[in-house]
Design a protein around this ligand. Structure first.
Ligand SMILES: Cc1cc2nc3c(=O)[nH]c(=O)nc-3n(C[C@H](O)[C@H](O)[C@H](O)COP(=O)(O)OP(=O)(O)OC[C@H]3O[C@@H](n4cnc5c(N)ncnc54)[C@H](O)[C@@H]3O)c2cc1C
Ligand SMILES: NC(=O)c1ccc[n+]([C@@H]2O[C@H](COP(=O)([O-])OP(=O)(O)OC[C@H]3O[C@@H](n4cnc5c(N)ncnc54)[C@H](OP(=O)(O)O)[C@@H]3O)[C@@H](O)[C@H]2O)c1
Length: 482
């Protein structure tokens, strides 16, 4: 696809007497697509992928919903990448604690950071630390068996009502997991502790609350159709919320995705019964409400959300923001899931734009200056995926993102701007393994993941599930290193 670049990079590899040592931090889609493109474009490159978890694949394993097995098929493609003779995976290696960024840059010619977004945006409103309030990320980690998510133990038994803040696809995933009959989840790879808790859940009513209107909802049509199609679910949408402004009309005219979402919501608002029947699950779409504070039950547990009603203001279709009206409304609940977006975290020595929550970069080249001066570059340091763009985009978006980052690396090799970095041999893999060994870090190679994979499949087959995930660090380490 890039003949000129490929030729030049090959010539780079030929004239160098030593291999180009590349380390990719993070084994999610961004990391794997980067590794794949680097291996293809640079015949002399040796690519090591490290991850803090013992298991590869990032959010494909710990984010994608258990009832979306078809989405996880991309794991087969990623497995072929790591099986390449010039590629390796080392799990249980955390950038920032097992090894510092400065050390990694000493060991490798090129370091590509693709470690995603493992924290949450905050609302910054009173009551946010009450019990019963979780981020969607924590809840998703819990039901997907992430080893840092097992201890969440959300209380699903003391309330019949949950409020989800945000109306993106993660919010829809979480709503679907709460409302879908558990008989349909039982044959997925959902963590067994989550299936057991959902089996006993008393949550029947879920509010999905957006600060803007149905025309601005951040979800996509396929995901919306799926939640609207849950068996025997009562859907409630106020028809008044579907009234369109002239800006809305303009958005709908020009944006097919928004149009499909709006049509689905309109159809759902007018079809079906006007009341739910007793015991029936309920999903309420609530628009034009922004959370002002959380209500305390008196025991430190959340009892509801105090919302301010909003209107849309701002110039131009698609650019409208929610502005408070000074009118308020409370919604009672016993659990809140904040699904307002993920957030990346910096490591020591890494330039970071705290405002945007990303590493400042020019087409994947890390900039020294968070103010965005494109001439000041961190030589040999690159970024890809959610850490580069912010926490949006589907798996395939990271393919294009990786193409861009690898094109920047190739260009820097061609034009010699990486010459100072690549002219000398670097220890690469041997140096990394030596350093980790000195620190008693028990790395888990890809063969360790294969052991975990086959044990999970074996356990799953006993329960008619594709896999039963190992959900503790101890179990994963035991199986992965035995
Ligand atoms: C809940 C959820 C569901 C989703 N469902 C879908 C879907 O159905 N379909 C779809 O197309 N897209 C989906 N997406 C989007 C998709 O998952 C993302 O676009 C993609 O995973 C982002 O890739 P990434 O590689 O940047 O980050 P990640 O996938 O998050 O990968 C980052 C990796 O870095 C590792 N890491 C973190 N910190 C460190 C560290 N300090 N040292 C070493 N390693 C570290 C992590 O363990 C992880 O393996 C979903 C996203 C979420 C949040
Ligand atoms: N099946 C799939 O393909 C799938 C599944 C899950 C996730 N994903 C992808 O993963 C990415 C992340 O998804 P996401 O749902 O976390 O993010 P998202 O799509 O950005 O949605 C975030 C939601 O939070 C709201 N929000 C943000 N800040 C807020 C605040 N301060 N107060 C109230 N509401 C606030 C947003 O409203 P505003 O619009 O008003 O800002 C929006 O509704 C997306 O690109 C998504 O498509 C895909």
């Amino acid at each position: 696809m890039y003949p000129a670049r490929t030729w030049l990079s090959r010539s780079f590899s030929n004239i160098s007497s030593h291999p180009l040592r590349v380390c990719v931090v993070g084994s999610g889609p961004a990391g794997f697509y980067t590794a794949e493109k680097m291996l293809k474009a640079h015949q002399g490159a040796e690519v090591d992928i490290i991850d803090r978890l013992l298991t590869p694949f990032g959010l494909v394993r710990s984010g994608v919903a258990p009832d979306h097995p078809e989405t996880k098929i991309v794991i087969n493609q990623f497995t072929r990448v790591v099986q390449h003779e010039r590629c390796s995976f080392f799990g249980n290696v955390t950038l920032g604690s097992s090894i510092s960024l400065a050390e990694l840059r000493e060991l490798y010619h090129v370091v590509v950071l693709a470690y995603g977004a493992e924290s949450d945006r905050d609302l910054g409103i009173p009551g946010e630390d009450l019990s019963g309030i979780h981020s969607a990320r924590e809840f998703v980690w819990w039901y997907n068996g992430h080893p840092d998510g097992k201890n969440l133990n959300p209380d699903l038994k003391s309330t019949d009502t949950a409020i989800i803040l945000g109306q993106g696809n993660v919010a829809l995933d979480v709503a679907r997991i709460l409302l879908r009959p558990t008989t349909e989840l039982a044959t997925t790879d959902i963590a067994s502790h989550a299936l057991a808790a959902l089996n006993q859940s008393s949550i029947r009513k879920v509010y999905l609350v957006g600060r803007r209107g149905p025309v601005q909802a951040a979800c996509t049509a396929k995901e919306l159709r799926e939640v609207l199609g849950i068996k025997d679910l009562y859907i409630h949408i106020k028809e008044v919320d579907l009234l369109k402004s002239s800006e809305d009309e303009e958005v709908l005219k020009n944006n097919r995705i928004q149009r499909r979402v709006y049509e689905l919501l309109s159809k759902a608002a007018t079809s079906g019964n006007s009341h739910s029947s007793s015991g029936q699950g309920e999903l309420h779409f609530v628009f034009f409400r922004k959370p002002a504070c959380f209500l305390d039950s008196g025991t430190g547990h959340v009892a509801g959300v105090h919302f301010e009603k909003t209107v849309l203001k701002g110039v131009g279709p698609g650019k409208q923001v929610a502005v408070g009206t000074g009118k308020f409304e409370d919604l009672d609940c016993g659990m809140v899931l904040k699904s307002i977006g993920y957030k990346s975290v910096p490591v020591d020595g890494l330039p970071f734009d705290h405002q945007k929550g990303v590493v400042p970069n020019a087409s994947g080249r890390v900039l020294t200056d968070a103010l965005g001066d494109q001439t000041l570059l961190e030589k040999g340091l690159y970024v890809c995926g959610w850490l580069k763009r912010g926490p949006t985009g589907i798996i395939a978006t990271n393919l294009y993102c990786a193409k861009e980052t690898v094109a920047s690396i190739s260009q820097d090799l061609e034009q010699g701007t990486l010459a100072a970095v690549t002219s000398l041999p670097k220890p690469g893999r041997e140096g990394l393994l030596q350093l980790l060994d000195d620190r008693n870090v028990r790395i888990v190679p890809f063969s360790g993941w294969e052991k975990i994979d086959s044990e999970e499949r074996r356990l799953g087959s006993l329960r008619n599930k594709p896999r039963e995930k190992l959900t503790t660090w101890e179990d994963l380490l035991k199986v992965g290193t035995e």
